[in-house]
Design a protein around this ligand. Sequence first.
Ligand code: ATR
Length: 283
Amino acid sequence: MITGKTSIVGIIGDPVEHSLSPPMHNAAFRQLQMDYTYVPFHVLKDNLSNAVEGAKALGIKGLNVTIPHKTEVIKYIDELDKAAELIGAVNTIKFYKNVSKGFNTDGIGAVKAIEEFISLKGKKIVIIGAGGAARAISFQLMLSGVKNLLISNRTLENACQLKADLLQNFRGEVSCQKLDEKLKDELKDTEVLINTTPVGMHPHEDQKPIVNKDMIHKDLLVNDIVYNPLKTGLLREAEKAGAMTISGVRMLIYQGVESFRIWTGIKPPLEVFEMALMRELGY
Ligand code: ATR
């Protein structure tokens, strides 16, 4: 029941009606008997500034920020966490004492999803893609101590721009490459492969980013950030090669876990997030 004491958190985006975050967070609030509720807010670009100021004025405790506002919203936030500043994008805002602080939990989500299985320290990692998701994940990987990273992208220029941005802030062996068959050679001594492109996402389940089973060795950990379908073409190829796979759902769960923790100080039960997500996705 919503009362005068209920704390409000939510998500702003355009569109926002298909967001999986409301059911995920509300399930955890119910399970933990916390007097919080999570509300989706459809916010158009021209209203972004008013929405953030309005949320602060209304005493909203926190917001997730999704497409297309993650970069633009920085203009309207008082303080930025280090990772959010480096990445240049915010997906979580915490409001406290009339101050708004921006965070980015997308990269942490991916890093934690992988670290469920292996430690990233000293590993060679290949990222496919060089967009917003690749940026969040690659900066967080470097923040987590990764020193050997290859960015492979359809447009070489975008991969090399991301490489340059990373090397402006971190020391390490970072390289850029055009996404083509050459990746096969690179993957031979790679330990983790992360697809950050939308290739293979519903309704294009038949597509996959270049990589097939013959390019994958059995000790490669393959992570796709696409979560619909759960088993993408890339993950199916990885399974055929006997490699370990991580679906995009794990990243989604962990980015939510971090946002929840930032707002409430409490770590939510992973399985509650997972069950809510699977239900929403129809599994
Ligand atoms: P996001 O913010 O979700 O990362 P984005 O910024 O639009 O999305 O980035 C999409 C990434 O997927 C880019 O790296 C894009 O490659 P380009 O830099 O060449 O545009 C990549 N991508 C999108 N569609 C692709 C496709 N069909 N094949 C290969 N790469 C693709």
